[in-house]
Design a protein around this ligand. Structure first.
Ligand code: NA7
Length: 894
């Protein structure tokens, strides 16, 4: 900062006139320090306002015994300056709070940051002044501040939660909060100590408190999963990865899901034997690394309740083995949330501490705390006398420091507290509509606490500072997200929340730990790498979703939503795009079939079902192969005749196997998938006639196949949906078979290519318009295309079986599917539609890849069961029967 400016600042502080800066930053922790450094480099003047007496943020306040980071310190570091990386060496795999604080002090000194920070200074009010397009801040100490931009670098866990227990004021002993631990330490020797809470802070401090105290009583409301930290020197395997190629290591972290460089697992739990799963688990247990065990066991561990439960059981086994008293061990075993849905902890001697004679666990689920009294704590069963109470009860997370600490008033006098009354709303977790030039670092709506904070902070700070510099250079003075962009982000947040299991636990991620707080998942669950690419996309698409304004009415706004696809659909499409595959239609039919076969080898195998039997049936022009998929329950089951997708050209009776298996599990019905003949060898109407003949034969032979006699159901995806629809028309017109219902998933129904979905989704969503043209050309000559046996929309649609029609937003076939559903409904056929928002043509077929497709298949299964006269729910252990509806929490913003 130029000398004159420093002098001006000092005199402003002294005389009470507002300190003028480009940017005011609240907080001098990891985020605030890097902000000040970057802002200075960008030529923007800044002041840091920090309540504490020095730098450090969360590491300044959390000085309780045993406080450490639980992301490995080599990953929990700044990476913006390679020289800084080599100038500092961590002494341990997980550094202690004092060492991390020293590191942040070292950084502050190295870049001379303290001169821009006003310590022991709280912002007491922040108000946007429309006339000057500046934020006006009042502070608890010194001059007010006038800033063009206002940035909250306040951290996610910095507003401790009040005790919420009656009688705290009556207690005559000592009271401490882990999040506000005295700087000169606490002597607990010889004292009777109570620790309330069993989150990370408690789990880290309890073993050390137990060593000092005469007696320690731990009051536990919810047991947590804790894993051994195996602290010590940084592990050599991780160190050699880092030192081998530092740039690649850091880049992998930035592109990863959690901000730590681990690969994406692709093997699913049911592909592994018990022994292989145990081997993976033991390796992870020995590694002592949260991100390893949270991400590296099997691909379904974080997204599927079954895959997750295997991990839970293995951890519970470890707890049982570590704790001698079976009742205490049982009480310490979490059983109300998926592993990882609540923040798991790293421990050193935590479970073993409960084997000490001076430690008692009080299970508050059995005996809740009634009150705190002068002498101790009274539960529903007893009085426990103590000298010291340690509240390790956590924080008003994510929104607490931003919302509750001081009033923030945006455009038109709107208060942030009011705007967030129903949960935090943001665009990218960085900005809020109605609050121009206001930014949050790791705010609600960003990956934040579900990521390595160091990586997320650097990404946020770089993005924000680059935007401020660009804004200045373009002559604008204000930036604010639009309503459309914010609503879109909130929808995207809600979509992401359906991918992971975080929504299934009541935690501080969801606001459930604070009485009265609106509940909803606050952090972004879509992953660090995808989040980064979205932020970059906002910029590359001309600051999409932001309104920029400047002097003399200058304005720019490229309004819109940055992500309309479901998050996993976006990932899959980006991956496919990155592979630069030649168009399928350029491969020729033989080449395309080989490609699809190869492509399918890489997908997760379908889940186990009862039995699979292959056979052949007599088709109109020779035998046709079929594959029967049977449920594991005892039959006979209703029969679904299934037609695979592939544009009448590709695939076979096995190519939709994951879908068939999934639907068998969800419906409890038997699927018979038919290998109908393909073009170009067998052109129209071969596939249609095969489909019809197969349905007829299967209906007639249901009992021999092991199915239930009586009406069958038909189902199909894509061209298979076309054959299913045609089969229903032919069955009506040719005297059977009796069909109880039809499930048409993204069906081809018409030979017209001018509906909007054909143009809107012509390219970029895997099934392209030109691929569809190719399919049509191979299968059916133009003269035949209006025949209802290929364009069922052109046929008579009255008198058809009840239908469930699924269409996807980003599919060329969307509008003809909707048109067919509407035509049937208009003709009196009972029709239900699922118009899948954000999905593409293959969403529902990509089982265990497009996780957001699962709820759609649940609805399809329920429809098939209704058609078959069965109750909607199949009694099996899928994710929707594991969890009571009350436990499902969508994103805060939804
Ligand atoms: P956490 O993880 O929020 O843990 C707080 C603990 O305190 C948790 O076990 C709570 O039980 C318990 N708690 C909270 N309020 C009460 C009341 N009123 N009565 C009894 N027990 C209570 O905070 P931490 O400080 O441990 O960790 C915060 C994060 O810092 C951590 O996740 C890491 O990211 C670093 P509950 O589970 O709500 O039933």
């Amino acid at each position: 900062m130029p000398e004159a400016m420093v002098a001006a600042r000092e005199s402003n502080v002294a005389n009470g006139t507002a300190q003028q800066v480009d940017v005011a930053v609240v907080g001098a922790g990891f985020a605030g320090l890097y902000l000040l450094h970057r802002l200075r480099k960008a030529g923007l003047t800044a002041v840091g306002l920090e309540e504490a007496g020095d730098v450090g943020g969360t590491w300044y306040w959390n000085r309780y015994p045993g406080a450490r980071c639980d992301i490995q310190t080599i990953d929990y570091s700044y990476t913006f300056d390679p020289e800084l990386e080599t100038a500092w060496t961590w002494s341990e795999k997980y550094a202690t709070q004092p060492e991390i604080l020293r590191y942040l002090g070292f950084v502050a000194d190295r870049y001379d940051l303290r001169r821009d920070i006003r310590f022991k200074t709280k912002v007491t009010e922040a108000r946007w002044d429309e006339a000057t397009a500046r934020w006006q801040l009042t502070t608890s100490n010194g001059a007010p501040v006038s800033a063009r931009h206002y940035i909250m670098a306040t951290g996610c866990l910095s507003a401790p939660k009040p005790p919420e227990i009656d009688g705290v004021k009556d207690f005559k002993g000592e009271v401490y909060f882990t999040g506000r631990w005295p700087h000169d330490g606490v002597n607990l020797a010889g004292k009777r100590v109570a620790v309330i809470g069993t989150g990370s802070s408690a789990i880290q401090s309890i073993p050390l408190i137990a060593e000092q105290a005469a007696h320690l009583t731990v009051f536990q409301r919810t047991p947590n999963f804790a894993l051994p930290a195996h602290n010590g020197p940084a592990p050599s395997d991780r160190m050699s990865l880092l030192q081998g190629d530092r740039t690649a290591y850091r880049e992998q972290a930035r592109q990863s899901m959690a901000g730590v460089p681990y690969p994406q697992q692709t093997v699913v739990s049911w592909q592994l034997s018990d022994a292989e799963r145990r081997e993976r688990f033991e390796r992870a247990w020995a590694a002592g690394d949260l991100v390893h065990i949270l991400t590296q066991l099997w691909a379904d561990q974080a997204v599927d309740v079954d895959g997750n439960k295997i991990v839970q059981d293995l951890i519970r086994e470890k707890i049982r083995a570590a704790v001698s008293d079976p009742e205490t061990a049982a009480a310490l075993m979490p059983d109300d949330h998926p592993f990882g849905a609540k923040r798991p902890c790293l421990e050193t001697n935590y479970y073993a501490t409960f084997n000490r004679p001076n430690v008692t666990l009080v299970n508050l689920r059995q005996e809740p705390i009634k009150a705190i009294t002068a002498g101790g704590i009274t539960t529903a069963r007893r009085n426990i006398d103590v000298d010291v109470i340690v509240f390790a009860t956590g924080f008003d997370a994510m929104t607490g420091a931003i919302r509750a600490v001081h009033p923030i008033t945006g455009r038109g006098g709107k208060s942030l507290t009011d705007v967030w009354a129903q949960g935090p709303q943001s665009y990218l977790g960085l900005t809020v509509e109605g609050f121009p030039n206001f930014f949050m670092i790791t705010g609600p709506g960003s990956p934040s606490v579900l990521s390595n904070m160091a990586v997320s902070i650097e990404q946020h700070v770089d993005w924000v500072v680059d935007r401020l510099a660009a804004l200045r250079d373009a002559g604008f003075t204000a930036i604010e997200p639009t309503e459309t962009a914010q609503a879109g982000w909130n929808r995207h947040m809600a979509d992401c929340s359906m991918v992971t299991l975080h929504r299934l636990a009541n935690t501080w991620y969801t606001g459930a730990n604070v009485p009265g707080k609106v509940q909803g998942l606050m952090p972004y669950t879509g992953g660090v790498g995808p989040y980064r690419s979205i932020c970059d996309e906002v910029v590359s698409r001309g600051m999409l979703g932001f309104k920029l304004t400047g002097p003399d009415g200058a304005a720019q706004c490229n309004d819109g939503e940055v992500v309309k696809l479901q998050p996993d659909v976006r990932l899959v499409l980006n991956l496919l795009a990155s592979l630069n595959l030649p168009p399928i239609e350029s491969m020729g039919a033989i080449g395309a079939r080989a490609f699809v076969e190869e492509f399918n080898k890489g997908r997760p195998a379908g889940r186990p079902i009862g039995d699979i039997v292959d056979g052949t049936l007599p088709g109109p022009d020779g035998p046709l192969p079929y594959r029967v998929y049977k449920p594991s329950t005892s039959g006979p089951h209703p029969v679904v005749v299934y037609f695979h997708g592939g544009g009448w050209v590709l695939g076979d009776e096995q190519s939709d196997e994951p879908f068939c298996r999934d639907m068998v599990r969800r419906t409890g019905m038997m699927f018979v998938s038919v290998g109908y003949r393909h073009a170009p060898e067998h052109r129209f109407p071969a596939a249609a006639e095969d489909g019809y003949a197969a349905a007829r034969w299967i209906a007639e032979h249901a009992t021999e196949l092991g199915g239930k006699p009586g009406p069958v159901l038909v189902a199909g995806w894509s061209a298979g949906g076309n054959i299913a629809a045609v089969t229903c028309q032919l069955a009506r017109d040719r005297g059977g078979p009796d069909i109880a219902g039809q499930l048409l998933v993204c069906p081809v129904t018409d030979c017209t290519f001018d509906r909007p979905s054909y143009n809107d989704n012509a390219t970029g969503y895997f099934l392209t318009r030109s691929l569809m043209y190719w399919f049509w050309d191979l299968y059916c000559s133009p003269a035949d295309r209006t025949d209802p046996r290929v364009s069922p929309l052109r046929g008579k649609v009255a008198g058809l079986p009840p239908a469930y029609v699924v269409t996807c937003e980003f599919d060329p076939l969307r509008d003809e599917g909707i048109a067919y559903a509407e035509a049937m409904a208009a003709a009196g056929v009972p029709v239900e539609q699922l118009r899948a928002r954000g999905h593409f043509h293959s969403s529902f077929a990509m089982v265990d890849v497009i996780i957001t497709g699962a709820p759609g298949r649940v609805q399809m299964a329920q429809a098939l069961r209704r058609f078959a006269g069965l109750p909607p729910e199949v009694s099996r252990d899928d994710e929707h029967s594991h969890v009571s509806p009350g436990h499902r929490i969508a994103a805060a913003a939804s």
